[in-house]
Write a protein that binds this ligand. Structure first.
Ligand SMILES: [Fe+2]
Length: 290
């Protein structure tokens, strides 16, 4: 009798164990499925507008608003229709200056609706000054000329290792842009035009090469490229980080007494149509005396 009872108890415990493991697997499966659904259907649409104040003695408080757009990746995962909704979002922000820090196009060569892009971009922040730099995606697929043409037709000025001086709302500031650090050329001649007394914003698509520019009198560097990993997993962190985007991944970095860098999570997606714990971002910078 005692042996039968012991056997029954053992089987019961085994059954309970099996049941517990099955329950756990079922919960993990459901959680995993929920995360995949969230990353595919929901998070890519949850755009976050982040607001930042950047003080500078030469700019009157609140006089200049810069909106940074980056890594839109128009293509399979970002239709023009969806981008048009994002443009409405940006227009409500009343930017004085729009800075596009690369990867507007996912595949600059084969995107079928390339000729429609300027029509959309012309609607973006009408009246604002607009500047852009190359991202690696514009080079990677041999679409440099397409990108140049789109920007030209859309009222954007492309800055490739160049500095320009802007007078806006009675304020003077300087904007410069570096070439893509992977496929373009590093060239410091843009420094010749810099007036260190002025507020200077620098567009650098890949964030990590900022280490080569620390002696340049730059106040604010704006980067993208990393998508903040695009997928951020618990414990594992960011398993996918691009070349030259592994050190400065997202948010603010203070490099020198003068220079800070902001790395935006960007708007679109590449490689995988998912974002997880890395919401799309439009970054707004109000420049002026604090
Ligand atoms: Fe990108």
């Amino acid at each position: 009798m005692g042996t039968v009872l012991r056997k029954t108890t053992r089987w019961h415990v085994r059954w309970m164990m099996l049941n517990w493991i099955e329950h756990l697997l079922a919960i993990l499966f459901l959680l995993g499925t929920a995360c995949v659904m969230y990353g595919y259907f929901l998070e890519p649409h949850l755009i976050e507008v982040t607001h930042h104040k950047v003080g500078h003695a030469s700019i009157k408080s609140g006089a200049i608003r810069i909106v940074q757009l980056t890594d839109i990746h128009l293509g399979d995962f970002m239709s023009l229709k969806r981008f048009d909704h994002i443009i409405d979002h940006v227009n409500a922000l009343e930017a004085d200056i729009v800075l596009l820090t690369g990867d507007l196009l996912d595949n600059a060569k084969t995107n079928q609706k390339m000729d429609k892009v300027p029509e959309s971009l012309l609607r973006l922040s009408e009246g604002a000054l607009k500047f852009a730099v190359f991202g690696n995606h514009e080079y990677e697929f041999g679409g440099e000329s397409n990108y140049r043409k789109i920007l030209e037709e859309s009222g954007f000025r492309l800055l490739v290792n160049e500095t320009t001086t802007v007078v806006l709302n009675s304020q003077t500031l300087q904007i410069s842009g570096a070439d893509c650090a992977i496929f373009g050329e590093r060239d410091y001649t843009f420094m010749d035009g810099i007036d260190p007394a002025l507020f200077h914003v620098f567009m650098l698509h890949q964030p990590d090469p900022i280490d080569h520019y620390l002696l340049v009198p730059i106040d604010l560097t704006l980067s993208g490229h990393t998508h903040s990993g695009q997928i951020r997993l618990p414990i594992l962190g960011t398993p996918i980080l691009p070349e030259l985007g592994k050190k400065y991944i997202d948010g603010w970095y203070r490099h020198t007494e003068r220079m800070s860098q902001y790395v935006s999570r960007g708007i679109g997606m590449t490689m995988l149509p998912f974002r997880f714990q890395s919401r799309p971002e439009i970054a707004v910078f109000d420049i002026g005396v604090e």
